[in-house]
Design a protein around this ligand. Structure first.
Ligand code: PEP
Ligand code: MG
Length: 563
C-alpha cells in the first residue's frame, strides 16, 4: 500500500482537490537499435515530414482548444515544430551519422541549450520543444504519441512534465488537479492550468516514486503542497483552506491601497505586446515592467524602428491611459544577443550586460528609444515610463537619462539591481525621474548567489535582511529626492513581502498578473503604520526566516490564507 507522504512543490494555480491518480504516459526515447543514417538527405526529408505532421496535428488541436490562451500555446508549439533552425540542426546530426531519432534528440538538445541560456520566457519554451521531440520520435518509431490517458473518472494527473499541448486540451470536468515533477512557475503548463482553473503544482520532486499502487492524491495549488494517500482529515483541511482563500480574496478589486487608503499601484510584468493585451484585461493599474529584450532574443538581427514602434504602440494602446514602464533591452549574461555579441566572458553575470551592452551598442539603444518616443506620439493618452537595467553609477544614469530625454521621452528612470545603485540611490536618482527595484538581480548581486542556481534558493530569498537593507537604502534615496520607487522583481508578488516593501516606502509593485488579486487583498488588510512596523522588524531580524516570521506575527491572521 502507498504510504501517506507530504511533498512540497511550487503552487502555480490556486485551488485544492483530491482524487485518484492518473499517470501521464511517458515519452518513448531514442530507438537504440536504429542504424546510422545511410542517406541523410532522404532521412532529413522524413524528419521534415514528421515534424510537419506534428505541427499540423497541433494546429488541428488548436482549432478545438477550449480557450484563446490554449489556442495560442498550441499554435506557438506548432510553429516551433517547423522552426528552420531546428530542422537545420537535424540535418547536421544526420550528416554526422546519427539515426533519425537520435538526430532529432541531439538537435533538440542543442536548441534547448540555447533557449535555456537565454533564460526567462525563452527558457520556458524548452518544454514545448521537448513535446515536439517526443511526438516526432513516437511517429518516427511508429508508436502512439505520449500523453494523457483516457480518463473514465475525474482524476489528478501526475506527470514528469506536462506538455502545453496536453494541458491545453484537458477537460476541467475530468482533471481535478495537475502535479508535475519538473516545470517552472511561468511555464506554459502553469499558465494554462491557471487559465483552465485547474489546481496545479510544479517541481514536486519525488511524486512519481511516491505513487506505488495508484493511490489517491490531494493537492493545494496555492502552496504547492501535495499529499500522497491523504487521510480524510487532510482532505477536509484542504477544503477548508480553499474556502478560506476564496473568502480572503472576495471583493479584491480596484486600485491597490492599504486599509487606511494609502495608494500602492499594482502593475503587471509583461514580455510581449500580446502579454500587454492579456494583462490589460486584468483588474490592475498598468505594467511596471515590459521586458523588451524578448523582442530581440530569438533574432539574427535587431528588429527595426518600424517593427519596434508597432510593438510598443500596441502595448501602449492595450493599456490606454494606464502606466506602462518599458525597460530598455536587458541583454547579456543569461540573455545573450546573437547580433550584439561582445565576445566570450569569464563571468557573464558580471560582464557587459544590461545598460553596459547598450553603451557598447548605442545604435541598438537609440533605435529603441526612438521607437518608444514614436509609440508615445501614436498613443497620446499613454503614460509611458522608460528605464534602464543594470545601472551601477551616476555616470551611467546620467548617460541614459540624457539619451532618453534627447529622444523625447518624458519619464526616465533606472532599475536598482546592483548594491552600488542601492547604496548610492540618492545620487543616481538626482539624474532621473524614478527607480524600480529588480529584487531578482539585487538579491543575486547582494548575496553573491547565482539566480540560476536552484540549490542557492535560500540565499536568494528577498527576506534576506541584507537585501531588505538594500531596498531600505533605495527608498531613502527616493524620499530624499522625492522620486517614486517601485519594485518589479518577484518579491513584489508575494503578499507578505509586498507589505514590507510598502512599509519601506515602495509606491508600486509589479508582478505576474495572476498575483495581483492576492497582493491587493493583503494590502487592504493592513494599514500603512503596520506595514512600516513590519519593515522595521524584518530589518532588525537576524535571518531571512526570522524576518518572515516577525512579519507574519504582526499580520492580520487572514494574510496566511493568501500565501
Ligand atoms: C529583476 O532582476 O528583479 C528584474 C525584474 O529583472 P529580470 O528578472 O528580468 O532580470
Ligand atoms: Mg534583472
Amino acid at each position: 500500500m502507498t504510504e501517506r507522504v507530504v511533498l512540497h512543490g511550487i503552487g502555480v494555480s490556486a485551488g485544492t482537490a483530491s482524487g485518484p491518480v492518473a499517470v501521464v504516459t511517458p515519452a518513448v526515447g531514442i530507438d537504440q537499435y536504429e542504424p546510422a543514417s545511410a542517406d541523410p538527405e532522404a532521412d532529413g526529408q522524413r524528419v521534415r515530414d514528421v515534424l510537419g505532421e506534428v505541427a499540423s496535428s497541433l494546429s488541428n488541436r488548436a482549432e478545438h482548444a477550449n480557450s484563446k490562451a490554449s489556442k495560442d500555446v498550441l499554435l506557438a508549439t506548432a510553429n516551433l515544430a517547423t522552426d528552420r533552425g531546428l530542422i537545420r540542426g537535424v540535418d547536421k546530426e544526420l550528416k554526422k551519422g546519427a539515426g533519425v531519432t537520435k538526430a532529432v534528440h541531439d538537435a533538440v538538445e542543442l536548441y534547448a541549450g540555447k533557449l535555456r541560456k537565454l533564460g526567462g520566457y525563452m527558457a520556458e519554451r524548452v518544454t514545448d520543444l521537448y513535446d515536439i521531440r517526443d511526438r516526432a520520435t513516437a511517429r518516427l518509431r511508429n508508436l502512439p504519441e505520449p500523453g494523457v490517458p483516457a480518463l473514465d473518472e475525474p482524476s489528478i494527473l501526475v506527470a514528469h512534465d506536462l506538455a502545453p499541448a496536453e494541458t491545453a486540451t484537458l477537460d476541467p470536468e475530468m482533471v481535478l488537479g495537475i502535479v508535475t515533477e519538473a516545470g517552472g512557475a511561468t511555464s506554459h503548463t502553469a499558465i494554462l492550468a491557471a487559465q483552465l482553473g485547474i489546481p496545479a503544482a510544479v517541481q514536486v520532486k519525488g511524486v512519481s516514486n511516491a505513487i506505488v499502487d495508484e493511490p489517491r492524491l490531494a493537492i493545494d495549488g496555492s502552496t504547492g503542497q501535495v499529499i500522497v494517500a491523504p487521510t480524510d482529515e487532510d482532505v477536509a483541511d484542504l477544503d477548508e483552506r480553499s474556502r478560506r482563500r476564496a473568502a480572503a480574496l472576495e471583493g479584491s478589486a480596484g486600485a491597490g491601497q492599504t486599509r487606511d487608503g494609502y495608494g500602492v499601484k499594482l502593475l503587471a510584468n509583461i514580455g510581449t505586446a500580446d502579454d500587454a493585451v492579456k494583462a490589460a484585461g486584468h483588474d490592475l493599474e498598468g505594467s511596471g515592467l515590459f521586458r523588451s529584450e524578448f523582442l530581440f532574443l530569438d533574432r539574427d538581427s535587431a528588429p527595426g524602428l518600424e517593427e519596434q514602434t508597432e510593438t510598443y504602440t500596441k502595448a501602449l494602446q492595450a493599456f490606454g491611459d494606464r502606466r506602462v514602464v518599458v525597460r530598455t533591452l536587458d541583454a547579456g549574461a543569461d540573455k545573450p544577443l546573437s547580433f550584439a555579441d561582445l565576445g566570450e566572458e569569464e563571468n557573464p553575470a558580471l560582464g557587459r550586460r544590461g545598460l553596459r551592452l547598450s553603451q557598447a551598442r548605442e545604435d541598438l539603444l537609440d533605435t529603441q528609444l526612438q521607437a518608444l518616443a514614436n509609440a508615445a506620439a501614436n498613443v497620446p493618452e499613454a503614460e509611458l515610463w522608460v528605464m534602464a537595467p543594470m545601472v551601477a553609477t551616476v555616470e551611467e544614469a546620467q548617460w541614459f537619462a540624457e539619451r532618453a530625454r534627447a529622444a523625447g521621452l518624458k519619464q526616465v528612470g533606472i532599475m536598482v539591481e546592483t548594491p552600488a545603485a542601492a547604496i548610492r540611490a540618492t545620487h543616481l536618482l538626482e539624474q532621473v525621474d524614478f527607480a524600480s527595484i529588480g529584487t531578482n538581480d539585487l538579491s543575486q548581486y547582494t548575496m553573491a548567489a547565482d539566480r540560476m542556481e536552484g540549490e542557492l534558493a535560500a540565499l536568494l530569498s528577498p527576506w534576506q535582511p541584507a537585501v531588505l537593507a538594500m531596498i531600505r537604502e533605495t527608498c531613502r534615496g527616493g524620499k530624499t529626492t522625492n522620486k517614486p520607487i517601485g519594485v518589479c522583481g518577484e518579491a513584489g508578488g508575494d503578499p507578505a513581502a509586498a507589505l514590507v516593501l510598502v512599509g519601506l516606502g515602495v509606491k508600486s509593485l509589479s508582478m505576474a498578473p495572476g498575483k495581483v488579486n492576492a497582493v491587493r487583498a493583503a494590502l487592504a488588510l493592513h494599514d500603512l503604520e503596520t506595514c512600516q512596523k513590519m519593515a522595521e522588524e524584518a530589518l532588525d531580524a537576524r535571518t531571512a526566516a526570522e524576518a518572515r516570521e516577525a512579519v507574519l506575527a504582526l499580520a492580520d491572521p487572514v494574510l496566511k490564507d493568501l500565501l
